[in-house]
Every structure is written in C-alpha cells, then in structure tokens.
Design a protein around this ligand. Structure first.
Ligand code: BGC
Length: 744
C-alpha cells in the first residue's frame, strides 16, 4: 500500500489487514505439478480415489466435487471433435452448437511429410477441443499400416515407424500446448479390425521394438503424451488394456511414462488384471447403465465397486490405487486445472485454413503422363465432366468413432465448381452406386443418394458425356461404410468396390484427358493404371476436401505429398498376406485368434525390397508440377566413431518452371550384418520449398540410432561396425545418389 493510502486509512480509523491466501496447494496453478498431486491425494478418501479412475458416463469420469476438482471429459479424435452424445448412450444429445471443423484424416497428414503441418494440426484441433471443454482428445493413432485391408488405417500415419514418429510428435505438442491431453492410441499391435477383441498378437521382440513401438515411444518420450489408450486385442494372452508386458514393463518401466493409461471403450475385462497390469482409467466397459437395469452401472465397473470391495476386505492394498489416482490427478492438473489451458475456438476461419493447407500438402500426385495436370482452361467455353459418387458424398459421417458432425464439408464437385466458376462448365454424373446411406450414431448427412438406374445405364451415360468433355475427373475410391475405410471391420480385398474398375476402364477409352482421384485411407488395386494418364490420391480431407482437391487439380497449388504407405499391385506382395499371417488362427478351445506376425520387420517397402517385388506406387512416391534435380550426396566423414553425429548433404534444385516443394528422403542400409536387415530404412526426410532455379543444400544429421537394430537377446539396440549405405532420393524406389561410410 502506498504511504498516502496508509495515512488515509489511519486517518479514517481502520488499519489495513492482509488477506490470507488460503488457496490449497493442489489448486495453485503456479505450484509444481507433483506438489499439487500429492496435496490433492493426501486429502482424498479411498472412495474418492476409486471414483476418479473409472467412467461416470459415456465419455467422462468423475472429479472430486468436495475438493473442487473437476470431472474429466474425453472426446474422439483424431481428426475432429465428436458431437455430444447422451450421458449414457451413443445416441446424439441433440446439441445444436457442437458442429466442428473436420481436419484431413491422419493418413493425409502423414502424406504431407511436413512436421510443421502436424504442429498446425495439433494446435488447431486442440483449440477446438478446449472450446468444447474437453480435457482428453482420443487420438492421434500411430498403429503401423501392416496390411491395406485394415479398416482403420485412415486414422493412422502409415507403414513406417520413423515417419509416423516424426509426424506424431508435433501433433501431440500442438494439442497439449492448449492444456488439452492427447490420448495416443491404440497401444499397441492393433493392426486390423476383424476379431479386434479376441486377436492375440504373436510377435518377436525385434519386430515389436523396430516396427510397432517406435512411433508410440516417440509420442511418449519426445511428444510427452499425457495419456495413452490401450488396444482392444491381446498380447502374450493378456488384453492390452491391462497388460503387464506392454503397460508396466515397457511403457511405464522402460519409457518412464508418468501419465494415465486409458482403456479403449470396453477394453477392460477383469478387476485383478486392471488393478495390477497398468490400467489407470476405465471407460466403456458397458455403456447403458439404465437399460442394463442397474441404478448406476458405472459403480459396477471393474475399477469401481469390485476394486473397492477388494480393498475393504483386505485382498489388495492401496499402493496401486494411489498410483492410478496420481496419474489421473496429473492429467487433471495438466489440463482443466492448468494455467496453460486456453479458452479455445471452434470453426474459426483459421481452422478451416489449417484444414485446407494440410489437405493441399497431403494430396499425392501418383501419375501425370503427358502433363494432363494441372488442368488448362486458357480458352473459355471448355467442359469438365466429373464422374463418381465420391465427388458428392459426404465423408465426414461414418467410419466409426472418428465420425463427425461438421459445420461444413466442401465436396469435390462443389470445390471444382467454385474454382472454375466462370472459367469452365462443370457437369456431374453418377458413374457408380456405392454406399447410399449417410448416418452414424444419429448424425445424418441429409443427402439423398438413392439411384434406380442399372450399372450399365450409369456407365453408358458417363461414357457418352465423357466423349464430349475437355477433361474427365473420376472421383471414386472407398468410403466410410463397413468393410471400406471403417472401424470394426476390414476390407474384403485390395480391389475398388462397386465395379468402379469397369467405369474407369470405359472412361479411359472415351477420353484421353482422364484424371482419376482416389478417395481412401488405404491402398487400392488399379488394374487400369496404364490406361489412365493422371492419378491423384485424395485421402479423406475433411471440411475443405473439395477446395484442396480443386487447388491441386487446377494448379493453384503445386502438389507435394508423398505416400506414407506402399501401394502394392496385389495382396500377394504384402508380407502378412503372402505368408498367410492374417487374420490369424482361432484356437480350438476358445474365441482367441492367434495372429503371428510372420513377416517380422518386413512390412511395406521393407517387404517389397527384400522380395524384389515392384509396387504399384512405392512408399515415399509423389510427383510435382515442377521438376527437381539431385546433385551428389556427400558425408562429412568417411569413418564414423558412432559417438557423435555424421552429416550427409545433398544439393537439390528446382529445375522446372514453377515453385514447388520436394520431400527429400534419406534411407540407410547395412549390407553386411550378423542379422537380416532390410535393404534400406527411412532415417531422415526434409520438405524443402524451392523457387524455379533455386538450389538448396539439404543436410541430414545421423546418429548411431539410425544405424542400429534391436538385438532381442541383449534387449538393446546395436550398431555393428562396418560399411553403411546412405541412399537419398524423392521416393523409396527412386534413389538419386548414394554415399557410404564406415562405422568404427
Ligand atoms: C475406439 C476408440 C475410440 C473409443 C471411443 C473405441 O471403439 O476403438 O478409438 O476412441 O471407441 O469412442
């Protein structure tokens, strides 16, 4: 208080009283996290601790009302904020203010190969989550793309552990900077949907550590993920939501994870295992308490009443309970009670802009013979024919738990019409009938896609109009219905459904300027690949889908995405299928299906290269409207001690006439080794934006970890002395320069 005020206070007859700060430590946002956690824990009863480690509704768990500690609210994830459901059911709550921006699906994000896009994605979706008062975003997913039939691949980041790891870290940091936790999922070995609750993964340690764990490890250790979700399936005969090996030994033991393990919805099966095998927060064990006839079904969850009973009757102590409660409290103090928690925003123009930029960068130009693309509308009066259901079908509804209720979704047709308004006539015909439904958990698209004409009539109509068009754009692929790109089921095969191959083949005969846009989160077979001059991989691009596609097709944006997975010519060239190691073998005496990862570390391009099988489109492949020229790669050392860093440099020039971006990829191979090693493995990449004529030296720093394999016997990473080959180029099957060095 200033002296004059003190004097005045004395004059009018009262003395100033200091107001005591009674804020308890756990509510003081400036106090260190662990102090807050211990303080809160010390004030809680055993029953209150039990209360915070299991669900109280479909998507929330209880806080400690007596102490002013709020409930925890979760939401799907991973590419938009799920609309509100009823307290106890999957049905819509009927809110009118819960529409969101749909960001491109994670395969599209991975296809940008741009960590800055991941950071933007995380920041944006985290802001949407915060605005909706969510504490945990149920995503991102980094399960490795083992087979193109996995219905959920579109939610993940492709086949390569290094790429997925580099891309997931900025996403996590971006989300969590808002004071919203990610829930990295589904940990681990959840690589197909069929039999997802009963599949027991049988896998050797080397494959586990080299292929299926690195992206999770990066997410935990470098991204600092605050929560992680156990997978539905089993490993070593234990469900992964309570699994001694995966959760206690690896995640919390080897990696030092201090956050909360959240069960997948209905992934918890047993109280004893849930107590001892690493689960911290149980969700979805059964859902509709009211219909199940209990007063409150949540009190009967494995980590609720049954756990409390065991403590009361002395069967278990409270050590595990305290550990679980600590982890949940940490989550609360990191999110809703953190000083970093933002207010957030929803459906802002900045978020639409982010979705569009990510989509623009994720689209992959697979083929462009005769430079059909970008489309050229220099003269007025040109005609464009758009063919295919996916040109008009909303793709944000369906697919399972990632289904959304969007404020807007620009279809490919609408995007093209808007971009070509006043420039060309755009007409659409159906071409094929795919999935005419449009509903998920009560969210409807409102589209009427019913069709009474026969397949032949639709093809005849498309062909007749194609003959007369300057450009024909076929937009097809998969969709979000069962057995397509959809949770809880896998695809029947690699082929495009709904006789699309017939439509495309007929169009290719009718018009030379045919562009096929494949909308999917998975590789598809393309028996017509030679007949079609231009092919674009369009993914599921969310709210701005049509605008992003139009940006690339019209040349407003120069495509720069690359495939995060191999497109095989057939399933025979996918290790899991070639070795008959999918979907596993059912045990005679139970429902358990043993799925042996027989192909080991040879997943995706690693398999193709080992078997010398030519892919349809290789991992890392993607074209541009400009050309890039690679100079000779060089290393700063010929002999490398392994204790520091070796730098590899390659000059890359934009030798075409448009500005564009190239993703320079670096692979490492160890030709002579005591163990089988892949021909080469991705260990570095950089996306560089270059003006026409511009050259840049792209530098890669490599350390010993990039040379190592996982030695299962020693349970350690090992790099063997000898010669290593570094390959640099624009795709895994297009190496422009190699350089060798020796590890001493
Ligand atoms: C999915 C999770 C999802 C959860 C909640 C489960 O069926 O596997 O990925 O987050 O449901 O909707």
């Amino acid at each position: 208080m200033k002296p004059t005020i003190l004097a005045l206070a004395a004059f009018i007859g009262f003395a100033p009283v200091a107001i005591a700060d009674n804020t308890p430590v756990y509510l003081d946002k400036n106090k260190p996290l662990e102090e807050r956690v211990e303080d809160a824990l010390s004030r809680m009863t055993t029953a209150e601790k039990i209360d915070i480690i299991h669900a109280q509704s479909k998507f929330s768990s209880r806080g400690v009302p007596r102490l002013g500690i709020p409930d925890v609210w979760t939401t799907d994830g991973p590419h938009g904020i799920r609309p509100e459901v009823k307290w106890d059911e999957w049905d819509q709550a009927g809110w009118t203010n819960d529409s969101c921006v749909a960001f491109p699906a994670l395969t599209a994000l991975a296809a940008t190969w741009n960590p800055e896009m991941s950071a933007l994605y995380g920041k944006s979706i985290g802001e949407e989550a915060a605005y909706r008062n969510k504490d945990i975003l149920l995503g991102p997913g980094v399960n490795i793309y083992r087979t193109p039939v996995n219905g959920r691949n579109f939610e993940y980041m492709g086949e390569d552990p290094y790429l997925a790891g580099r891309m997931v870290v900025p996403y996590i940091k971006g989300v969590q900077a808002n004071g919203v936790a990610v829930c990295l999922k589904h940990f681990a070995l959840n690589n197909n949907e069929v039999n997802r609750h009963t599949t027991n993964a049988v896998i050797d340690d080397r494959t586990l550590y080299e292929i299926y764990l690195p992206a999770f490890k990066a997410g935990v250790q470098e991204g600092g993920a605050w929560t992680i979700m156990g997978a539905y399936n089993l490993y070593k005969d234990q469900h992964l939501c309570h699994n001694q090996y995966m959760l206690n030994d690896i995640l919390k033991g080897e990696w030092g994870f201090d956050g909360a393990v959240v069960s997948d919805w209905g992934g918890c099966h047993d109280t004893d295992q849930a107590i001892h095998n690493g689960l911290d927060l149980e969700f979805g064990s059964w859902t509709d308490g009211l219909k199940a006839g209990r007063k409150n079904a949540y009190d009967a969850y494995y980590l609720a009443g049954p756990y409390l009973d065991q403590i009361k009757n002395g069967k278990v102590g409270t050590k595990e309970l305290d550990d679980k409660a600590r982890r949940v409290l940490r989550t609360i103090f990191r999110t809703s009670l953190s000083k970093d928690r933002v207010r957030g925003s929803m459906c802002s123009e900045a978020h639409y802009d982010a979705a569009r930029r990510i989509g623009d960068e994720g689209i992959v130009l697979l083929k462009n013979d005769g430079k059909v693309l970008p489309m050229n509308f220099d003269k007025p009066g040109k005609k464009m024919l758009v063919v295919g259901e996916n040109a008009v079908k909303m793709m944000t509804v369906g697919g399972g738990s990632s289904s959304l209720k969007v404020q807007r979704e620009i279809s490919p047709l609408d995007g093209l019409k808007a971009a070509l308004n006043g420039v060309a006539d755009v007409e659409w015909v159906r071409g094929y009938v795919g999935d005419v439904t449009g509903e998920y958990n009560g969210v409807t698209t409102g589209q009427d896609l019913s069709e009474s004409r026969s397949k032949d009539e639709l093809i005849a109509e498309a062909v007749a109009k194609a003959k007369d068009a300057d450009y024909v754009v076929f937009v097809g692929g998969l969709n979000k219905s069962a057995h397509q790109d959809c949770e809880d089921s896998d695809r029947a095969g690699l082929e495009l459904p709904y006789a699309q191959d017939e439509v495309i083949a007929a169009l290719a005969k009718a018009n030379r300027n045919l562009i096929v846009v494949n909308i999917s989160g998975n590789a598809v077979a393309m028996p017509w690949v030679k007949e079609v001059p231009a092919i674009v991989q369009g993914w599921f691009l969310g709210s701005e889908a049509g605008n992003s596609l139009a940006d690339v097709l019209t040349g407003k944006v120069n495509p720069s995405g690359k495939l995060p997975m191999t497109f095989p010519t057939s399933l025979d060239n996918v290790g899991a299928h070639a070795l008959n190691a999918y979907p596993g073998v059912k045990r005679a005496d139970s429902d358990i299906v043993d799925l042996e990862y027989k192909e080991g570390i040879l997943v995706g391009y690693r398999w193709h290269e080992a078997k010398k099988a030519k892919p349809l489109f290789a991992f890392g492949h993607g074209l541009s409207y400009t050309d890039f020229t690679y100079g000779k790669a060089s290393a700063d050392k010929k002999e490398y001690s392994g204790s520091d860093i070796i730098t590899v440099t390659v000059p890359v020039t934009n030798s075409g006439d448009r500005a564009g971006a190239e993703i320079v990829q670096l692979y490492i191979g160890d030709p002579k080794s005591s163990v089988m090693r892949p021909v080469k493995e991705l260990k570095g990449f950089q996306k560089v934006f270059l003006q026409p004529g511009e050259t840049v030296d792209v530098n890669f720093m490599i350390d010993k970890s990039a040379l190592s394999f996982f030695d299962a016997d020693a349970h350690a990473w090992k790099a063997e002395p000898g010669e290593f080959v570094v390959s640099v180029g624009p795709a895994s099957d297009n190496i422009k320069s190699t350089v060798k060095f020796k590890l001493k």
